[in-house]
Design a protein around this ligand. Structure first.
Ligand code: MN
Ligand code: MN
Length: 506
Protein backbone atom coordinates (compact mmCIF):
# COMPACT_ATOMS: atom_id res chain seq x y z
CA UNK A 1 0.00 0.00 0.00
CA UNK A 2 1.42 3.36 -0.98
CA UNK A 3 1.89 5.71 1.96
CA UNK A 4 1.09 9.38 1.54
CA UNK A 5 3.78 11.92 2.31
CA UNK A 6 3.22 13.76 5.59
CA UNK A 7 2.51 17.11 3.93
CA UNK A 8 -0.33 15.48 1.95
CA UNK A 9 -2.33 14.46 5.03
CA UNK A 10 -0.98 16.59 7.90
CA UNK A 11 -3.39 19.52 7.68
CA UNK A 12 -6.42 17.25 7.41
CA UNK A 13 -5.33 14.91 10.20
CA UNK A 14 -4.49 17.60 12.72
CA UNK A 15 -7.72 19.53 12.20
CA UNK A 16 -9.53 17.96 15.14
CA UNK A 17 -11.92 20.68 16.29
CA UNK A 18 -15.43 19.27 16.30
CA UNK A 19 -18.68 20.93 17.33
CA UNK A 20 -19.71 19.06 20.48
CA UNK A 21 -23.26 17.70 20.54
CA UNK A 22 -23.64 16.36 24.08
CA UNK A 23 -21.88 18.94 26.22
CA UNK A 24 -21.35 22.66 25.99
CA UNK A 25 -18.14 23.90 24.41
CA UNK A 26 -17.18 25.63 27.69
CA UNK A 27 -17.33 22.36 29.57
CA UNK A 28 -14.69 20.84 27.32
CA UNK A 29 -12.64 24.00 27.12
CA UNK A 30 -13.26 26.04 30.30
CA UNK A 31 -12.20 29.62 29.49
CA UNK A 32 -10.14 29.95 32.68
CA UNK A 33 -7.90 27.15 31.41
CA UNK A 34 -8.33 27.40 27.63
CA UNK A 35 -8.66 31.06 26.79
CA UNK A 36 -9.41 33.85 29.29
CA UNK A 37 -8.93 36.32 26.40
CA UNK A 38 -12.19 35.40 24.61
CA UNK A 39 -10.67 34.93 21.17
CA UNK A 40 -13.12 33.09 18.81
CA UNK A 41 -12.30 29.46 18.09
CA UNK A 42 -12.03 30.07 14.33
CA UNK A 43 -9.18 32.48 15.06
CA UNK A 44 -7.36 29.83 17.10
CA UNK A 45 -7.76 27.49 14.15
CA UNK A 46 -5.49 29.78 12.13
CA UNK A 47 -2.59 28.74 14.40
CA UNK A 48 0.06 27.62 11.91
CA UNK A 49 2.88 25.77 13.59
CA UNK A 50 6.20 26.59 11.93
CA UNK A 51 7.56 23.11 12.56
CA UNK A 52 5.34 20.25 11.50
CA UNK A 53 6.05 16.73 12.61
CA UNK A 54 4.04 13.51 12.87
CA UNK A 55 4.37 10.85 15.55
CA UNK A 56 6.11 8.33 13.30
CA UNK A 57 8.86 10.78 12.34
CA UNK A 58 9.08 12.19 15.85
CA UNK A 59 9.75 8.80 17.41
CA UNK A 60 12.37 7.97 14.82
CA UNK A 61 14.27 11.21 15.38
CA UNK A 62 14.06 10.98 19.16
CA UNK A 63 15.26 7.40 19.16
CA UNK A 64 18.30 8.47 17.14
CA UNK A 65 19.03 11.31 19.56
CA UNK A 66 18.84 9.02 22.55
CA UNK A 67 21.05 6.41 20.89
CA UNK A 68 23.59 9.14 20.12
CA UNK A 69 23.70 10.54 23.64
CA UNK A 70 23.65 7.21 25.48
CA UNK A 71 26.32 5.65 23.28
CA UNK A 72 28.68 8.59 23.71
CA UNK A 73 28.11 8.19 27.43
CA UNK A 74 28.96 4.48 27.54
CA UNK A 75 31.87 4.84 25.12
CA UNK A 76 33.61 7.49 27.16
CA UNK A 77 33.79 5.68 30.50
CA UNK A 78 32.08 8.47 32.25
CA UNK A 79 33.18 7.64 35.76
CA UNK A 80 36.83 8.19 34.91
CA UNK A 81 36.22 11.60 33.44
CA UNK A 82 34.42 12.62 36.58
CA UNK A 83 37.05 11.19 38.91
CA UNK A 84 39.80 13.14 37.17
CA UNK A 85 38.03 16.42 36.61
CA UNK A 86 38.59 19.59 38.62
CA UNK A 87 36.49 20.95 41.51
CA UNK A 88 35.51 23.66 38.99
CA UNK A 89 33.82 21.21 36.65
CA UNK A 90 32.32 19.15 39.50
CA UNK A 91 30.69 22.27 40.89
CA UNK A 92 29.38 23.14 37.43
CA UNK A 93 27.89 19.67 36.90
CA UNK A 94 26.27 19.76 40.34
CA UNK A 95 24.89 23.23 39.75
CA UNK A 96 23.42 22.12 36.42
CA UNK A 97 21.98 18.71 37.27
CA UNK A 98 20.43 19.44 40.65
CA UNK A 99 17.88 22.05 39.62
CA UNK A 100 17.51 21.35 35.86
CA UNK A 101 16.53 17.67 35.93
CA UNK A 102 13.35 18.15 37.92
CA UNK A 103 12.50 21.45 36.22
CA UNK A 104 12.51 19.69 32.85
CA UNK A 105 10.44 16.78 34.11
CA UNK A 106 7.85 19.13 35.59
CA UNK A 107 7.66 21.00 32.28
CA UNK A 108 5.92 17.94 30.85
CA UNK A 109 2.91 18.99 32.95
CA UNK A 110 2.86 22.47 31.41
CA UNK A 111 2.90 21.01 27.90
CA UNK A 112 0.24 18.45 28.84
CA UNK A 113 -2.02 21.34 29.88
CA UNK A 114 -1.49 22.96 26.48
CA UNK A 115 -2.23 19.61 24.80
CA UNK A 116 -5.49 19.22 26.67
CA UNK A 117 -6.85 22.76 26.82
CA UNK A 118 -5.58 24.69 23.81
CA UNK A 119 -8.26 25.63 21.28
CA UNK A 120 -5.73 25.48 18.43
CA UNK A 121 -5.36 21.98 16.93
CA UNK A 122 -1.85 22.67 15.61
CA UNK A 123 -0.78 23.83 19.06
CA UNK A 124 -2.19 20.69 20.65
CA UNK A 125 -0.15 18.62 18.22
CA UNK A 126 3.10 20.45 18.94
CA UNK A 127 2.45 20.43 22.67
CA UNK A 128 1.95 16.65 22.64
CA UNK A 129 5.48 16.27 21.37
CA UNK A 130 6.63 18.92 23.84
CA UNK A 131 5.23 16.80 26.67
CA UNK A 132 7.21 13.80 25.45
CA UNK A 133 10.32 15.97 24.98
CA UNK A 134 10.27 17.19 28.56
CA UNK A 135 9.81 13.69 29.94
CA UNK A 136 12.87 12.65 27.96
CA UNK A 137 14.84 15.66 29.27
CA UNK A 138 13.94 14.82 32.83
CA UNK A 139 14.85 11.17 32.38
CA UNK A 140 18.12 11.59 30.50
CA UNK A 141 19.45 14.14 32.97
CA UNK A 142 18.35 12.13 35.97
CA UNK A 143 20.07 9.09 34.48
CA UNK A 144 23.30 10.89 33.57
CA UNK A 145 23.49 12.45 37.03
CA UNK A 146 22.76 9.12 38.69
CA UNK A 147 26.03 7.64 37.50
CA UNK A 148 27.98 10.19 39.53
CA UNK A 149 26.33 9.29 42.84
CA UNK A 150 28.81 6.52 43.52
CA UNK A 151 31.57 9.15 43.26
CA UNK A 152 29.83 12.01 44.97
CA UNK A 153 26.59 12.10 46.96
CA UNK A 154 25.96 15.66 45.80
CA UNK A 155 24.31 14.17 42.71
CA UNK A 156 21.56 12.66 44.81
CA UNK A 157 20.17 16.18 44.64
CA UNK A 158 19.32 15.77 40.96
CA UNK A 159 16.41 13.73 42.24
CA UNK A 160 16.01 15.02 45.75
CA UNK A 161 16.19 18.79 45.31
CA UNK A 162 12.65 19.45 44.08
CA UNK A 163 11.20 17.91 47.23
CA UNK A 164 13.23 20.10 49.58
CA UNK A 165 12.75 23.57 51.02
CA UNK A 166 16.32 24.58 50.23
CA UNK A 167 16.31 28.31 49.54
CA UNK A 168 17.69 28.01 45.99
CA UNK A 169 15.08 25.40 45.15
CA UNK A 170 12.32 27.58 46.64
CA UNK A 171 13.52 30.41 44.41
CA UNK A 172 13.48 28.30 41.24
CA UNK A 173 10.16 26.62 42.04
CA UNK A 174 8.50 29.99 42.66
CA UNK A 175 9.60 31.23 39.23
CA UNK A 176 8.63 28.06 37.37
CA UNK A 177 5.29 27.71 39.16
CA UNK A 178 4.50 31.27 38.12
CA UNK A 179 5.60 30.95 34.51
CA UNK A 180 4.72 27.35 33.63
CA UNK A 181 2.34 25.78 36.08
CA UNK A 182 -0.30 28.12 37.46
CA UNK A 183 -1.83 29.87 34.46
CA UNK A 184 -4.17 29.04 31.59
CA UNK A 185 -2.76 27.13 28.61
CA UNK A 186 -2.28 30.24 26.44
CA UNK A 187 -0.57 32.40 29.06
CA UNK A 188 1.66 29.53 30.19
CA UNK A 189 2.66 28.84 26.57
CA UNK A 190 3.51 32.49 25.84
CA UNK A 191 5.62 32.67 28.98
CA UNK A 192 7.18 29.22 28.71
CA UNK A 193 7.68 28.77 24.98
CA UNK A 194 8.45 32.32 23.97
CA UNK A 195 9.89 34.15 26.98
CA UNK A 196 11.62 31.21 28.65
CA UNK A 197 12.57 28.77 25.89
CA UNK A 198 13.15 31.01 22.89
CA UNK A 199 14.74 33.49 25.21
CA UNK A 200 16.93 31.51 27.55
CA UNK A 201 17.38 27.79 26.90
CA UNK A 202 19.89 28.57 24.15
CA UNK A 203 22.03 30.21 26.78
CA UNK A 204 22.22 27.22 29.06
CA UNK A 205 22.27 24.52 26.40
CA UNK A 206 24.24 25.97 23.49
CA UNK A 207 26.52 28.14 25.60
CA UNK A 208 27.23 25.47 28.16
CA UNK A 209 27.65 22.68 25.60
CA UNK A 210 30.30 24.78 23.81
CA UNK A 211 32.17 25.09 27.12
CA UNK A 212 31.67 21.37 27.82
CA UNK A 213 33.04 20.32 24.41
CA UNK A 214 36.11 22.49 25.00
CA UNK A 215 36.56 21.00 28.44
CA UNK A 216 36.52 17.51 26.91
CA UNK A 217 33.26 16.53 28.61
CA UNK A 218 31.74 15.18 25.38
CA UNK A 219 29.06 13.21 27.17
CA UNK A 220 27.68 16.34 28.80
CA UNK A 221 28.03 18.32 25.55
CA UNK A 222 26.16 15.68 23.52
CA UNK A 223 23.39 15.42 26.10
CA UNK A 224 22.92 19.19 26.15
CA UNK A 225 22.76 19.38 22.36
CA UNK A 226 20.24 16.55 22.16
CA UNK A 227 18.01 18.48 24.57
CA UNK A 228 18.41 21.81 22.83
CA UNK A 229 17.24 20.47 19.45
CA UNK A 230 13.91 19.56 21.12
CA UNK A 231 13.70 22.94 22.84
CA UNK A 232 14.28 24.72 19.53
CA UNK A 233 11.30 22.84 18.04
CA UNK A 234 8.71 23.11 20.80
CA UNK A 235 9.67 26.70 21.70
CA UNK A 236 8.09 27.66 18.38
CA UNK A 237 4.63 27.24 19.87
CA UNK A 238 4.98 30.74 21.26
CA UNK A 239 5.34 32.74 18.06
CA UNK A 240 2.03 31.94 16.28
CA UNK A 241 0.22 32.31 19.62
CA UNK A 242 1.46 35.84 20.09
CA UNK A 243 0.53 36.69 16.49
CA UNK A 244 -3.04 35.53 17.13
CA UNK A 245 -3.18 37.55 20.35
CA UNK A 246 -1.96 40.69 18.58
CA UNK A 247 -4.31 40.25 15.60
CA UNK A 248 -7.24 39.97 17.99
CA UNK A 249 -6.55 43.09 20.00
CA UNK A 250 -4.67 41.43 22.87
CA UNK A 251 -1.22 42.88 22.34
CA UNK A 252 -1.08 44.49 25.79
CA UNK A 253 -1.86 41.17 27.49
CA UNK A 254 0.70 39.27 25.40
CA UNK A 255 3.30 41.95 26.06
CA UNK A 256 2.74 41.79 29.79
CA UNK A 257 3.01 37.99 29.85
CA UNK A 258 6.30 38.15 27.95
CA UNK A 259 7.63 40.92 30.19
CA UNK A 260 6.83 38.98 33.37
CA UNK A 261 8.09 35.64 32.05
CA UNK A 262 11.27 37.07 30.60
CA UNK A 263 12.21 38.84 33.83
CA UNK A 264 11.42 35.93 36.09
CA UNK A 265 13.43 33.47 34.03
CA UNK A 266 16.29 35.93 33.55
CA UNK A 267 16.86 36.12 37.30
CA UNK A 268 17.14 32.32 37.47
CA UNK A 269 19.45 32.03 34.47
CA UNK A 270 21.55 34.94 35.62
CA UNK A 271 22.53 32.99 38.70
CA UNK A 272 22.65 29.56 37.03
CA UNK A 273 24.33 30.35 33.70
CA UNK A 274 26.18 33.39 35.02
CA UNK A 275 27.98 31.47 37.74
CA UNK A 276 28.51 28.46 35.44
CA UNK A 277 30.02 30.47 32.59
CA UNK A 278 31.95 33.22 34.34
CA UNK A 279 33.15 31.32 37.39
CA UNK A 280 32.78 27.53 37.41
CA UNK A 281 34.03 26.87 33.86
CA UNK A 282 37.80 26.44 34.04
CA UNK A 283 39.49 29.50 32.59
CA UNK A 284 41.14 27.69 29.67
CA UNK A 285 37.79 26.30 28.48
CA UNK A 286 35.68 29.42 28.58
CA UNK A 287 34.07 30.15 25.23
CA UNK A 288 32.35 33.45 26.03
CA UNK A 289 31.44 35.45 29.09
CA UNK A 290 27.81 35.55 30.19
CA UNK A 291 27.67 39.14 29.01
CA UNK A 292 28.90 38.19 25.53
CA UNK A 293 26.41 35.33 25.31
CA UNK A 294 23.60 37.54 26.52
CA UNK A 295 24.44 40.18 23.94
CA UNK A 296 24.55 37.69 21.10
CA UNK A 297 21.58 35.50 21.98
CA UNK A 298 19.30 37.81 23.91
CA UNK A 299 20.04 41.44 23.32
CA UNK A 300 20.42 40.92 19.57
CA UNK A 301 18.49 37.80 18.58
CA UNK A 302 15.65 37.70 21.06
CA UNK A 303 15.06 41.43 20.85
CA UNK A 304 14.88 41.06 17.05
CA UNK A 305 12.33 38.24 17.46
CA UNK A 306 10.23 40.42 19.73
CA UNK A 307 10.17 43.30 17.29
CA UNK A 308 9.53 41.01 14.30
CA UNK A 309 6.47 39.56 15.96
CA UNK A 310 5.07 43.00 16.79
CA UNK A 311 5.97 43.30 20.48
CA UNK A 312 7.98 46.04 22.12
CA UNK A 313 11.05 45.55 24.24
CA UNK A 314 10.15 45.12 27.93
CA UNK A 315 9.89 48.45 29.75
CA UNK A 316 12.82 47.51 31.99
CA UNK A 317 15.23 46.88 29.08
CA UNK A 318 17.83 49.46 30.16
CA UNK A 319 17.87 48.10 33.67
CA UNK A 320 18.12 44.59 32.25
CA UNK A 321 21.25 45.58 30.29
CA UNK A 322 22.75 46.82 33.56
CA UNK A 323 21.70 43.64 35.37
CA UNK A 324 23.47 41.45 32.77
CA UNK A 325 26.77 42.89 33.92
CA UNK A 326 26.19 42.95 37.66
CA UNK A 327 23.66 40.61 39.23
CA UNK A 328 25.48 37.27 38.87
CA UNK A 329 28.75 38.70 40.22
CA UNK A 330 26.92 39.67 43.40
CA UNK A 331 25.18 36.28 43.59
CA UNK A 332 28.50 34.44 43.20
CA UNK A 333 29.80 36.20 46.32
CA UNK A 334 26.64 35.23 48.20
CA UNK A 335 26.78 31.63 46.97
CA UNK A 336 30.36 31.29 48.17
CA UNK A 337 30.07 32.95 51.56
CA UNK A 338 26.77 31.26 52.45
CA UNK A 339 28.19 27.98 51.08
CA UNK A 340 26.85 25.81 53.90
CA UNK A 341 23.33 26.53 52.66
CA UNK A 342 24.09 24.83 49.32
CA UNK A 343 24.28 21.10 48.81
CA UNK A 344 27.28 21.18 46.45
CA UNK A 345 30.81 22.44 47.12
CA UNK A 346 30.92 26.04 45.86
CA UNK A 347 34.16 27.48 44.61
CA UNK A 348 35.30 31.08 44.58
CA UNK A 349 37.01 31.12 41.16
CA UNK A 350 38.81 34.40 41.80
CA UNK A 351 42.46 33.40 41.53
CA UNK A 352 44.67 36.19 40.12
CA UNK A 353 44.37 34.82 36.55
CA UNK A 354 40.61 34.50 36.87
CA UNK A 355 40.39 38.04 38.20
CA UNK A 356 42.31 39.29 35.18
CA UNK A 357 39.80 37.58 32.90
CA UNK A 358 36.87 39.03 34.86
CA UNK A 359 38.41 42.51 34.76
CA UNK A 360 38.87 42.22 31.00
CA UNK A 361 35.31 41.03 30.39
CA UNK A 362 33.72 43.31 33.00
CA UNK A 363 35.86 46.44 33.35
CA UNK A 364 35.75 47.65 36.93
CA UNK A 365 35.30 44.17 38.40
CA UNK A 366 38.32 44.55 40.71
CA UNK A 367 37.11 47.86 42.04
CA UNK A 368 33.71 46.51 42.97
CA UNK A 369 33.27 42.75 43.51
CA UNK A 370 37.05 42.34 43.80
CA UNK A 371 37.07 44.45 46.96
CA UNK A 372 34.66 42.05 48.64
CA UNK A 373 36.79 39.10 47.61
CA UNK A 374 39.91 40.84 48.99
CA UNK A 375 38.35 40.75 52.43
CA UNK A 376 37.49 37.06 52.07
CA UNK A 377 41.03 36.32 50.86
CA UNK A 378 42.70 38.18 53.74
CA UNK A 379 40.52 36.40 56.26
CA UNK A 380 41.41 33.01 54.80
CA UNK A 381 45.09 33.87 54.78
CA UNK A 382 44.94 34.88 58.42
CA UNK A 383 43.10 31.68 59.28
CA UNK A 384 39.96 33.57 60.27
CA UNK A 385 37.68 31.12 58.46
CA UNK A 386 34.69 31.97 60.65
CA UNK A 387 34.86 35.53 59.29
CA UNK A 388 34.38 34.28 55.73
CA UNK A 389 30.85 33.22 56.67
CA UNK A 390 28.32 35.95 57.50
CA UNK A 391 26.41 35.53 60.74
CA UNK A 392 23.42 37.53 59.59
CA UNK A 393 20.97 36.02 57.10
CA UNK A 394 20.73 37.99 53.85
CA UNK A 395 17.74 39.98 52.69
CA UNK A 396 15.91 37.80 50.20
CA UNK A 397 13.73 39.20 47.41
CA UNK A 398 10.06 38.29 47.84
CA UNK A 399 9.77 37.75 44.09
CA UNK A 400 12.91 36.10 42.70
CA UNK A 401 13.92 34.54 46.01
CA UNK A 402 17.55 35.53 45.50
CA UNK A 403 19.65 37.90 47.57
CA UNK A 404 19.01 41.61 47.44
CA UNK A 405 22.38 42.91 46.27
CA UNK A 406 24.05 45.95 44.77
CA UNK A 407 27.44 47.18 43.71
CA UNK A 408 29.89 49.21 45.67
CA UNK A 409 31.26 52.11 43.68
CA UNK A 410 28.17 52.86 41.64
CA UNK A 411 25.27 54.74 43.11
CA UNK A 412 24.57 56.91 46.14
CA UNK A 413 27.07 58.13 48.70
CA UNK A 414 27.10 56.59 52.18
CA UNK A 415 29.90 57.59 54.57
CA UNK A 416 32.09 58.72 51.72
CA UNK A 417 31.60 55.53 49.69
CA UNK A 418 29.11 54.83 46.99
CA UNK A 419 26.56 52.04 47.21
CA UNK A 420 23.59 51.14 45.15
CA UNK A 421 22.13 48.20 47.06
CA UNK A 422 18.51 49.20 47.45
CA UNK A 423 15.65 47.40 49.13
CA UNK A 424 12.64 48.09 46.91
CA UNK A 425 9.91 47.47 49.42
CA UNK A 426 6.15 47.57 49.44
CA UNK A 427 3.66 47.58 52.29
CA UNK A 428 0.64 45.51 51.37
CA UNK A 429 -2.24 44.33 53.59
CA UNK A 430 -0.34 44.61 56.82
CA UNK A 431 3.05 43.31 55.86
CA UNK A 432 6.20 44.55 54.20
CA UNK A 433 7.56 42.84 51.09
CA UNK A 434 11.16 43.28 49.97
CA UNK A 435 12.35 43.22 46.37
CA UNK A 436 15.78 43.23 44.74
CA UNK A 437 14.74 45.43 41.84
CA UNK A 438 12.02 47.54 40.29
CA UNK A 439 10.92 44.77 37.88
CA UNK A 440 10.54 42.18 40.69
CA UNK A 441 8.39 44.69 42.59
CA UNK A 442 6.41 45.50 39.43
CA UNK A 443 5.53 41.83 38.92
CA UNK A 444 4.16 41.65 42.47
CA UNK A 445 2.12 44.83 42.10
CA UNK A 446 0.45 43.53 38.93
CA UNK A 447 -1.27 40.75 40.86
CA UNK A 448 -0.63 40.84 44.62
CA UNK A 449 -3.15 38.06 45.32
CA UNK A 450 -1.05 35.65 43.26
CA UNK A 451 2.14 36.34 45.21
CA UNK A 452 1.36 37.69 48.67
CA UNK A 453 0.95 34.31 50.37
CA UNK A 454 4.44 33.17 49.46
CA UNK A 455 7.01 33.34 52.24
CA UNK A 456 10.68 33.52 51.45
CA UNK A 457 13.14 31.40 53.40
CA UNK A 458 13.92 34.44 55.57
CA UNK A 459 10.20 35.03 56.24
CA UNK A 460 10.02 31.40 57.37
CA UNK A 461 13.04 31.88 59.61
CA UNK A 462 11.44 34.89 61.27
CA UNK A 463 7.91 33.51 61.65
CA UNK A 464 9.00 30.30 63.38
CA UNK A 465 8.35 27.91 60.47
CA UNK A 466 12.03 26.98 60.50
CA UNK A 467 12.79 25.06 63.73
CA UNK A 468 15.22 26.73 66.15
CA UNK A 469 18.69 25.50 67.04
CA UNK A 470 21.93 25.44 65.07
CA UNK A 471 20.77 22.55 62.86
CA UNK A 472 17.14 23.59 62.51
CA UNK A 473 17.72 25.72 59.46
CA UNK A 474 19.65 23.01 57.61
CA UNK A 475 17.27 20.25 58.58
CA UNK A 476 14.39 22.37 57.32
CA UNK A 477 16.22 22.69 54.00
CA UNK A 478 16.76 18.91 53.79
CA UNK A 479 20.49 19.10 54.40
CA UNK A 480 22.17 16.63 56.71
CA UNK A 481 25.63 17.59 57.95
CA UNK A 482 27.29 15.93 54.94
CA UNK A 483 24.99 17.81 52.56
CA UNK A 484 26.16 21.28 53.57
CA UNK A 485 28.51 22.97 51.16
CA UNK A 486 32.16 23.55 52.00
CA UNK A 487 34.79 25.35 49.91
CA UNK A 488 35.41 23.09 46.88
CA UNK A 489 39.13 23.88 46.96
CA UNK A 490 39.51 23.67 50.73
CA UNK A 491 40.72 27.31 50.61
CA UNK A 492 43.78 26.33 48.53
CA UNK A 493 42.70 28.74 45.78
CA UNK A 494 44.23 31.66 47.70
CA UNK A 495 47.73 30.23 47.15
CA UNK A 496 47.96 32.47 44.12
CA UNK A 497 47.91 35.52 46.42
CA UNK A 498 51.37 36.12 47.89
CA UNK A 499 50.58 39.36 49.63
CA UNK A 500 47.30 40.48 51.12
CA UNK A 501 45.27 42.07 48.35
CA UNK A 502 43.83 44.75 50.63
CA UNK A 503 47.33 45.69 51.87
CA UNK A 504 48.73 45.67 48.33
CA UNK A 505 46.12 48.18 47.25
CA UNK A 506 47.24 50.73 49.84
MN1 MN B 1 13.35 20.65 28.16
MN1 MN C 1 11.22 22.91 26.85
Amino acid sequence: MALLEMHEWYDLARDTNWTPGYVAEDEIFPPELSDPFGIPVEKWETFDEPYKVCYRDYVETQRDKDIGAYSVKSALARADYFKNTTPHWKALLALHFSPIGFAEFHSASAFARMTRFSRAPGMRNMATFGTLDEMRHGQIQMYFAYEFIKQDRVFDWAHKSSKTENWIIISLRHALDDVEHTRDAISAAIMTNFAFEQGFTNLQFIGLSADAAKAGDHTFATMLQSIQTDEARHAQIGTPLISIMIENGRKAEAQQLVDIGFWRIWKQFSALSGISMDYYTPLEFREHSLKEFMHEWIVDQFARNMKAIGLDLPWYWDYFLHDIETFHHCQQIGIYVYRATQWWRPIACVSPAERDWLEEKYPGWNDTYGKCWDVVIDNIREGRFEKTVPEVPPLICNMCGLEVTGIAGVGRQVNGRTWNATDFHLDHEGRRYHFCSEPCKWVFELEPARYQGHRSIIDRLLDGTVPPGPDGFYEYMGQSFEERGVCGYDYQWIDGYDIPRAAAAE
